[in-house]
Design a protein around this ligand. Structure first.
Ligand code: SAM
Length: 228
């Protein structure tokens, strides 16, 4: 069917040039990945701040991923640089794939290629028998550690306390991740990223309208596994 998902056989077979035509031939691969990006608020907020990095959203819903695609196309067109300019204008560095991010992440991203991985307001899957559907699990963490470079950051945020505890515990227990406080990240200059994590996404704005809590937990991918 039209809606069948196709996955790259390996990162080398990904045609990034068609996703980022302004960067064609640069051999760059995405450095920021937004998993379950929804309507794309984070990507759109971060893209102009990191003009030299490629950003990729992954979204499983057909209409939602199409919406983000159209949104990016429109932003590229309305912000196009004047004729003759060598700077192609903003939003050339952001794109989206329709994908089930719980499958084949390493088929998209080369080993150690990501410096940031975002899980913003993921679906909570409240019932215990549904916990295996959660986007953070020991198996998936091994994949995330593989595609993240040492020093890279996993950002998680949710309005569901139970899910927050779940993500935090699993990340804490995984030997290649180390908890990093919001203050430490702000001191490193990652404040603008954190601000976008809190409030640039559609779900984050909804939580704000409902005066809900937001639970943040960030982890650094460390070079050598912790011995516990
Ligand atoms: N991160 C966005 C935000 O903060 O507005 C969206 C949050 S929404 C609650 C969760 C999103 O994850 C939905 O758009 C859903 O379709 C997507 N999603 C759920 N499971 C997914 C999967 N396995 N792969 C890719 N996207 C997924």
């Amino acid at each position: 069917s039209d809606h069948a998902l196709v996955y790259p056989a390996s990162p080398e077979t990904m045609d990034w040039d068609s996703h980022y035509p302004a960067f064609a031939g640069s051999a760059k691969t995405p450095e920021f990945a937004d998993v379950g990006c929804g309507f794309g608020g984070l990507l759109i907020a971060l893209a102009p701040m990191f003009p030299d990095k490629l950003l990729l959203g992954m979204e499983i819903r057909v209409q939602v991923s199409q919406y983000v695609q159209d949104r990016i196309t429109a932003l590229r067109a309305t912000n196009a640089a004047p004729e003759g300019s060598t700077d192609p204008g903003p939003y050339q560095n952001v794109s989206i794939v329709r994908a089930n991010s719980m499958k084949f992440m390493p088929n998209y991203f080369p080993k150690h290629s990501l410096s940031a991985l975002f899980f913003l307001f993921p679906d909570p899957h409240f019932k215990s028998r549904k916990h295996k559907a959660r986007i953070i699990s020991p198996t998936l963490l091994a994949e995330y550690a593989y595609i993240l470079r040492p020093g890279g950051i996993v950002y998680t945020i949710t309005d569901v306390k139970d899910l927050h505890e779940w993500m935090k515990t699993h990340l804490e227990e995984f030997p290649l991740f180390e908890y990093v406080s919001e203050e430490a990240l702000r001191e490193e200059g990652k404040g603008p990223i954190l601000d976008a994590v809190y409030s640039s996404t559609e779900e984050g704005k909804k939580v704000e309208r409902n005066a809900g809590d937001k639970w943040l937990a960030c982890f650094r991918r460390i070079e050598v596994a912790r011995v516990s």
